[in-house]
Design a protein around this ligand. Structure first.
Ligand SMILES: [Zn+2]
Length: 259
């Protein structure tokens, strides 16, 4: 039985902490800062950090890796196609690895960065997805290195996973993403409801994650490029006739960049 908690880092990052309580072993995903992880370990004597999982090379995801590896001897797992400090296990698309007794599958999801990977576990009662800065709650990552086509394809790949999959992304961006989603789809009641729910959570400084793919499909405009209302909104703005889903995605991403 694996328990998952969020450790806060910087202003809006979460470092996901996976805990195998029976064996007092843990793993972290994207430790941009070592301090919150070291503080947790200091507060939990006897626990061992066995693995560090990295989704992509940005500093707010890898900044704590070297300190943690030195302090704990943890194995560093990360994308094969990016420079990851201290990496022990280089992961390509469709690779599998075992972490805390869980079999994880690697999915290449280029777009935010070119080598970005996600980790999927279909073995737990509810599937788990650690997707870094690719799929966010009600949004998606910016296109720093890849194309809109690549990111759209990556998001479609994630969206094809089971609907009940829990989505663990790296940032607390949900409320601002929903502000945008409301403008894209003013008539969408699921978005309106989620906006109210998330507004309440954030007013109490509470986390809005994990999400589920089912909820994302109802409320995340970047997963709703096939919806007529979303398509029409992009039509209006770009004066394109009958855009492809990928063009709708590109239009949404460009709009959100300046929103
Ligand atoms: Zn990033």
């Amino acid at each position: 039985m694996i328990q998952i908690d969020a450790l806060r880092a910087f202003t809006d990052n979460y470092i996901w902490l996976l805990q195998d309580t029976a064996n007092q072993r843990c793993a972290v995903v994207d430790p941009g800062d070592a301090a919150p992880v070291l503080a947790w370990l200091a507060a939990h004597p006897g626990w061992q950090l066995s693995d560090i999982l990295i989704t992509h090379h940005h500093h707010d995801h890898v900044g704590g890796v070297e300190v943690l590896k030195k302090a704990t001897g943890a194995r560093v797992c990360g994308p094969a196609n990016e420079r990851i400090p201290g990496r022990d296990l280089a992961l390509d698309d469709n690779a599998s690895l075992n972490v805390l007794g869980l079999d994880l599958q690697v999915l290449a999801v280029p777009g935010h960065t070119l080598g970005h990977i996600a980790y999927y576990c279909g073995q737990t009662a509810t599937p788990l997805l650690f997707c870094g800065d690719t799929l966010f709650a009600a949004g998606c990552g910016r296109l720093f290195e890849g194309t809109a086509e690549q990111m759209h394809h990556s998001l479609q790949r994630l969206a094809a996973l089971p609907a009940q999959t829990l989505v663990y992304c790296t940032h607390e961006y949900t409320l601002s993403n929903l502000r945008f989603a409301k403008v894209v789809e003013p008539e969408n009641q699921h978005i309106a409801q989620r906006f109210d729910d998330v507004t309440q959570l954030r007013a109490q400084d509470r986390i809005t994650l994990p999400s589920t793919l089912a909820l994302e499909k109802l409320t995340n405009p970047f997963l709703r490029t096939a919806e007529t209302s979303v398509k029409e909104k992009i039509d209006e703005r770009s004066a394109r006739i009958n855009p492809t889903q990928s063009a709708v995605f590109a239009g949404l991403r460009a709009w959100k960049d300046s929103f």
